[in-house]
Design a protein. Sequence first.
Length: 731
Amino acid sequence: MKPIRLTARGYRSFDVLDYAFVDGATAVTGANGAGKSTLIGAVEVALFGPRSRSLEPLVREGNGEMQITLEFQHAGEFYRVRRGWKKGKSTLDLERLDLADLHGVPDAPSQTWAALTQGNAAVSQELIEQIIGLSRSTFLASCYLAQRESDTFTGAQPRDRKRILSDALALDQWQTDCDKVGADRLAFERQVTEISSKAGALAERARQAGPLTLEAGDLRLAVDVEAALAADAALAAETNAQRAHELDQADTAWKIATATVAAARAADTAHREKLSAAQVARERLDGQATDLVRLDGLDKERADLLVTRDLLTAQDAARTEAKRRRTELASKADSLAESLSRAATITTSQAAEHLRLTNTLATIEDGTINHCDRCQQPLPDEARAAAAGSLRRELAEHTAAIARHDDDVRDVEQRFAAAQDAARTITIPDPPEGLADVDARLAQLERVPVEIATVRERIAGLDAQVAAADTDEYRERARLLSYELAEAELQLSAIEAPAPGAADTARAAALQAKTQADAHAARARAASERLAAVTALLEQAQTALVDHQAAELERDRLHAELDILTRLEQAFGRDGIPAWIVESQALPQIENEANRILSRLGGAISRVELRTERETKTGKVNEALDIVCLTDDGERALETFSGGEQSRAEIALALGLVDVLQSRRDTDLRYLALDEPSGLDSQGTEALAEILRERAAGTVVLLASHDASLRDQFDQSIVVERGPSGSRVAA
Ligand SMILES: Nc1ncnc2c1ncn2[C@@H]1O[C@H](COP(=O)(O)OP(=O)(O)OP(=O)(O)O)[C@@H](O)[C@H]1O
Ligand SMILES: [Mg+2]
């Protein structure tokens, strides 16, 4: 880190500050309170912030805000830190100069700053310290000896000194590396454990190769034997099955031949039976012909009887008709007689009525009757005349009616006489004789036509039977059937009937052989499957053997790596390289430089020594960094020396520390500021100025003092003045 430019507004005694640092040793002089410490301390404030929690105490009195900006160079890059305070709010910005804008462009008109952090001040602060490789305490103990604080290193606790030294030497990196290597070592240890157990398991599997090889041999043999046995049994099964099949076929052929003989015999027998049946039919035909003659006679008698019965029936019907006619005429005559009887009665009553009417008329006409018959009232003459008229008309009508009745009576009398005459003319014939006998005989002969038809039919059947058995075809058929029978019997005699159960026996033998073949095949299969499994296991065991060897090689390799890592962890660990750096490098370097400077500054302390380990009363070794001062009289603690003597030692040790820091490759520390180191006499101050001048090449070295004569000892100087508008820097 090398500061380039510092600007500020409203910062402590400065209203405005703009200071460009220059390489080389610069004396910063000015009166008390002029603002020297403010100027130099601004670098610490810019880089690390205020020591108190807030920037507020640093705000120039009367100002409402403050801004401080430090541009610095580090490892070839330019950075800018800006801190501000306004209305209780602090800001922090870290930026890097975009060099691409500047390269090849002399007097670039504008600079471009790229923000590195935003927002979170703690992160920005961490980044700043990471970039410059310095913490505040290292900064204060080495390159900035603040006013009245030059004992930051010497006055610190031994443990803190160790930490400052560790910071200065960036020993944390070793611890980080150590942790990393430790993690790697643990991972390797785990791998070693894993590979060891894997190797153990593989060895165990590999050991199985021997027994598996033996078992595989046995199994191969078993597979071959069982397969051969299975093949034999299968052949036996096939042979027996074939034999059973042949026996079945022979049995079927014998059965067919037997059935053929039986069928031929049956057909022949049936044919012969038909022949004898024809013979019987021929014999029966004669009987049937006799029957037919007898029946024909009966049928003729029956026909004659039918004619006779028709005749007798007609006679009987005529007799019945005559009887009916006579009865009918008698009944008609009876009816007419009754009519005549009723007519006689009517004639009598008509005569009586006629008499009554005649008498009545006479009484009316002669006046005997002079009142009404019905009402018994006296009748006037007119009424008697009317009644007489009416009676006369009635009498006339009655007389006509009597005449008509007499005509009717005469007609009836004629018809009665005619009926009686007709009845007398009718003769009733005698009933016919023998009709019942004829009917009885006809009843006996009733079925004769049917019997004739039956006999005729039978004769036709017997005729056909006889005729059929008497043809050439029939005879040829008989010859053929007897030939077929003979042939079938010949064939049957040629076939040997198989022994009963022979086929079943062969079948059972085939089944048994098949079962045995299956059992052998199953055993062969099982042995084969086991062989496959054993072969796979064997391959695994052989692979395991190879893997085991590889695992052992890998384990050896890991062991070797682990050894390296273990050694690296020890080397990176606290007692390793860091201890070596501290003990063998840094401390001798600091001591040498400090003692070199001490010898030039002069004083009672001739040498300082830094001791790292201190044994406690209990025998424990404490991590510490003690400073021991040696004089011509012996060694003493630093605090026992005078202020000036202590100041010399402090300056010497600080410069020794800076030396170590500057020799660290990553720090690029090119800044050294001493603010009024106290207690130096003029000779000491002169020596210090000389020492600083020697270190100033390419470095910004500032020495602040209110002693204006100091300016003479430096090539360049600035004066800080305090005016009414605040401090200002003058050349
Ligand atoms: N916040 C502030 N506002 C205004 N002035 C301040 C503020 N803080 C400090 N000062 C003043 O700034 C002045 C400069 O102080 P500084 O310590 O820089 O002086 P100096 O030049 O180093 O003096 P010395 O030689 O005594 O060490 C002092 O007078 C101090 O009181
Ligand atoms: Mg001061």
